[in-house]
Every structure is written in structure tokens, then in C-alpha cells.
Design a protein around this ligand. Structure first.
Ligand code: SD4
Length: 320
């Protein structure tokens, strides 16, 4: 566990002491179901998750059903079907899922499967392993009854061919204001699960795997404390094991938003090129308090707690 002195905060730090503006991360409905997820497409994903939660379903089923929505949405260019391919024209998917018992499953560099999160769940439930990648993950998915699908839509193929003209490898901050979907939910029993799924950075190198399937990087859930998840430039989330860090900071008493802010500041402190990238963290503790923080303006997340499903703008480090 991280020592409080090492991170420069005491256990009683809360949002107001940490100088965080109000309106982001307030307490809601303790002991009632709640689901939160990244970006504006989180609204539709939350609706699907809420159908499970409102019937007293398990948070694990809620997050799986929730992230299925952007995975199957061909108009969304950053997750599942319709995701932009790598620079060689392959749509390769990264995803993971984690339940309230600390079980987790993950797939990386997986092709041809619309719902990688469900393959990740099968890895968790049907194998002694945590992570399967590439061809092995595909073989496993097919053996589990998943269908092979061409994920490269005409629109994504057109965008790739356009990119090939200049072949500039430059990740774009807040790609079209939607990105990887990461989701955390608490069910009526008070248990938390989380999921994350993406087609990764557009036009990445073939074989590149980001943070999204790495447990502790893009997702971590500890049912005693809470959960955290990430979106944005995965390499920096991996270098700092961001979601694990956020959960450990909440364990020491930080509010979800203060923990996310501290994890963002870790990146800012260590990597001088932080202005060129976007990373956003989203977290929720076991009381159903939630919060987020990002490097750049423009990150948002969706919250559904039964009293509505709304989009909230994240606090951010770079103020101009
Ligand atoms: C990745 N974090 O592959 C994911 C995808 C993303 O901006 O969020 N892209 O790095």
C-alpha cells in the first residue's frame, strides 16, 4: 500500500480541502444503485446498465450490458464495431472486466468480435487465466460461440485510407469528444463491478495494446473501497498504473475527485510532454460518491442514479 507521506496527503483530505471546485463528485444516494461511465456516449450505455440495476441485477451484468451499446454502435469510431483500424487496416480491440470479488478477465489485440467485453468475461469465468490476446483470444471466443464479424465499416476504412495519405501518427486530444468507454456500477446489494472496452488509438502500430485491457491501468475495482477507470492516451495510464493508484488513494481517504486529480498530477509531474496528451480518470467509492479529473478540458462522464441520467464536465489540470 502507498504511504500517505509518500503522496503528500493525509487520510482526511476531501474535495474542498484539496481545492476542488464543487459540482463534480458530490455524494449521491448512498446504498442505492448507480452507474457512471466515460464520455457522452455513456448516457446511452448507462441506460442499458440501468435496466439491469433497476431490476436488482448484478453490477457485473450491468456494466457488461452497458458497454455493449457503444461496442455495437457502428457510428462510433473508438469502440468495437466501426472502430478506426490500426495503421495496417486491422480493427483490434482491448477490453477488460472486474467483479466485486476481485475476479477479472481481459482480452487484447482481439479482432473480428463485436463484444470483446463479453469475451473478457468468459476469460474471467471459464478459464484459470486473466488475459488472452490476439489469435488465441479469437480462437477462445469462437470456441465460446462468438461470431466472427468484419468490424471495419466503410466509413472507418475511408478514414484510414485518408490517413494513409500522410501517415501522421498523432493521437488527437478528445477524439470527437468520445473515446474509450469505461464504466463503474454499484448494484442494489452494494457491490461494485467495472468494465472498459475500446478499439484503442486510431491508426496505432499493428500489435499495439493500450491500457484498456490492463487491470490496474484502465480499470480497477476493490469492493471494499471503490473503483476507478480511465480514458485517453493509454501509454501514460500504463506508465503510472493509474486506476490502481486512484483506488489506493481513495483507500487512504481521498474523495474520488481528489484521487483522480492526484493521479493526473502524477502524469503531469513525471512527463514533460503532458500537454500533448489527454488522460481522464473517473472514480466512485463504495458510498456512491463519484468524481473525475483530466489533463485537458473536454472530458465528460455520464451518471445514472435513478433520479436521472446526466452528463457532467470533468475538472481538468490545464486551465487555458
Ligand atoms: C488506448 N485508452 O488505447 C485507450 C483508448 C483511448 O484515446 O482512450 N484513446 O490508449
Amino acid at each position: 500500500m502507498l504511504g500517505a507521506a509518500a503522496i503528500g496527503v493525509g487520510p482526511a483530505v476531501n474535495s474542498s480541502l484539496a481545492g476542488i471546485s464543487p459540482g463534480n463528485g458530490s455524494a449521491v444516494n448512498p446504498n442505492k444503485p448507480i452507474v457512471i461511465s466515460t464520455w457522452n456516449f455513456g448516457i446511452a450505455a448507462n441506460e442499458a446498465a440501468w435496466k439491469v440495476l433497476s431490476r436488482k441485477g448484478r453490477a457485473l451484468d450491468a456494466v457488461e450490458q452497458g458497454v455493449h451499446v457503444p461496442e455495437a454502435d457502428a457510428s462510433n469510431n473508438s469502440v468495437g464495431l466501426g472502430g478506426y483500424p490500426d495503421r495496417d487496416g486491422h480493427v483490434t480491440l482491448d477490453s477488460c472486466i472486474m467483479d466485486e470479488k476481485g475476479n477479472c478477465g481481459s482480452v487484447a489485440f482481439l479482432e473480428h468480435i463485436v463484444h470483446p467485453v463479453s469475451v473478457a468475461r468468459k476469460v474471467m469465468e471459464e478459464t484459470p487465466h486473466v488475459m488472452l490476446v490476439g489469435e488465441g483470444a479469437l480462437q477462445f471466443a469462437l470456441a465460446q460461440g462468438f461470431e466472427k464479424t468484419n468490424l471495419l465499416t466503410p466509413e472507418a476504412e475511408k478514414a484510414w485510407k485518408n490517413w494513409l495519405k500522410e501517415k501522421k501518427y498523432e493521437p488527437v486530444i478528445n477524439i470527437e469528444n468520445h473515446d474509450t468507454i469505461s464504466m463503474l456500477a454499484i448494484d442494489a446489494a452494494g457491490d461494485m463491478s467495472g468494465a472498459c472496452t475500446t478499439s484503442g488509438l486510431a491508426f496505432k502500430m499493428h500489435g499495439r495494446v493500450g491500457d484498456s485491457p490492463i487491470i490496474g491501468a484502465a480499470l480497477f475495482v476493490d469492493n471494499e473501497v471503490g473503483g476507478a477507470c480511465a480514458t485517453g492516451h493509454g501509454e501514460f495510464v500504463m506508465k503510472t498504473l493509474g486506476s490502481f493508484l486512484v483506488v489506493e488513494l481513495m483507500r487512504q481517504g481521498l474523495s474520488p475527485e481528489a484521487a483522480c486529480k492526484t493521479a493526473v498530477e502524477r502524469i503531469v509531474k513525471k512527463y514533460p510532454n503532458y500537454r500533448e496528451i489527454q488522460v481522464g480518470y473517473l472514480a466512485m467509492n463504495k458510498k456512491g460518491e463519484y468524481g473525475s479529473y483530466s489533463i485537458h478540458k473536454g472530458f465528460s462522464y455520464a451518471v445514472h442514479d435513478g433520479s436521472g441520467n446526466r452528463l457532467i464536465s470533468s475538472g481538468h489540470h490545464i486551465q487555458e
